[in-house]
Design a protein around this ligand. Structure first.
Ligand SMILES: NC(=O)c1ccc[n+]([C@@H]2O[C@H](COP(=O)([O-])OP(=O)(O)OC[C@H]3O[C@@H](n4cnc5c(N)ncnc54)[C@H](OP(=O)(O)O)[C@@H]3O)[C@@H](O)[C@H]2O)c1
Length: 247
């Protein structure tokens, strides 16, 4: 749909990383962009730069989120906020389970529940969900992250079923490694994360993800870009483990 069909957008996880760049891009397209994250200072700075409307809210607080969205008509919803914590299911603590479920999938479900009925009524809308290659491939590490992103992957397809017959498009953006704060937040040490995950690697930049989102949104109205997998050229998922033992 040309951007001119849409008037408003709401982007979660807008204070930094992928979300901040997506806000900039959508604002440049002339949309009224609502930027959601917890860090009010960063959102205010983004608002000064882009003209977006800041909403400092924790998306896991469903009552606060509902109140914040009450009067909004959202044409484009970008479910981008996400967190990752260390630990597979053998090592993860209670917080890792609760936070990742709350941010990565519970809040996404509530946001769609709050916003999509209006899209159906107006016969116009685009939902963009940022999942991860962790949602579609298995590799060692953050099991809860994999599970929550896999839920986002399935939800993205299911929403097309729920919106069937209306002019509502759903796009899942499925990135590999992107240079943002996500690993620094995971380790609690931005410099160490830079060394471990980014130095010497040709990672994706938030702009690469924003390019894909802009492409999906600006596609002709009869085109739904359903699933976009974007990896760095030198990052490849895959592998098969087979432990040799006879007892
Ligand atoms: N970077 C990667 O390698 C990578 C790969 C695949 C997928 N992804 C996905 O891409 C998306 C964006 O991540 P990013 O890499 O840009 O990470 P990031 O730089 O760490 O940004 C995460 C954003 O989510 C917001 N957020 C976290 N918890 C929140 C909460 N409870 N309420 C409201 N906002 C919250 C943060 O803002 P506040 O702290 O201000 O609330 C921040 O704006 C995520 O869904 C992530 O899973 C990233």
């Amino acid at each position: 749909m040309p951007f001119s069909d849409y008037k408003t957008a709401l982007v979660t996880g807008a204070s930094t990383g992928i979300g901040a760049v997506v806000v900039e891009r959508l604002a440049k397209q002339g949309l009224e962009v609502h930027a959601v994250a917890r860090n009010a200072d960063r959102l205010d700075d983004l608002a000064r730069r882009t003209g977006c409307v800041p909403h400092a809210v924790d998306i896991t607080d469903t009552a606060a989120l509902t109140a914040e969205l009450r009067d909004l008509k959202v044409d484009i919803l970008v479910n981008n906020a996400g967190v990752s914590r260390t630990g597979n299911i053998l090592t993860a603590d209670e917080f890792a389970v609760d936070e990742q479920v709350a941010v990565n999938i519970q809040a996404v479900l509530h946001l769609v529940r709050l916003v999509m009925p209006g899209m159906v009524e107006r016969d116009l809308g685009h939902i963009v969900n940022v999942s991860s290659i962790a949602g579609v491939y298995n590799f060692g590490g953050n099991t809860i992250y994999h599970a929550t992103k896999s839920a986002v992957h399935t939800l993205s397809r299911q929403l097309r079923v729920d919106g069937y017959g209306r002019r509502i498009r759903v796009t899942e953006i499925c990135p590999g490694r992107v240079e943002t704060e996500i690993f620094g937040r995971l380790l609690g040490d931005m410099e160490e994360a830079q060394r471990q995950f980014y130095d010497g690697f040709e990672s994706l930049k938030p702009e690469d993800i924003a390019d894909a989102i802009e492409f999906a949104i600006s596609s002709p109205r009869h085109v739904n870009i359903g699933h976009v997998e974007i990896l760095p050229t030198f990052q490849v998922p895959g592998g098969l483990n087979f432990e040799r033992r006879a007892d």
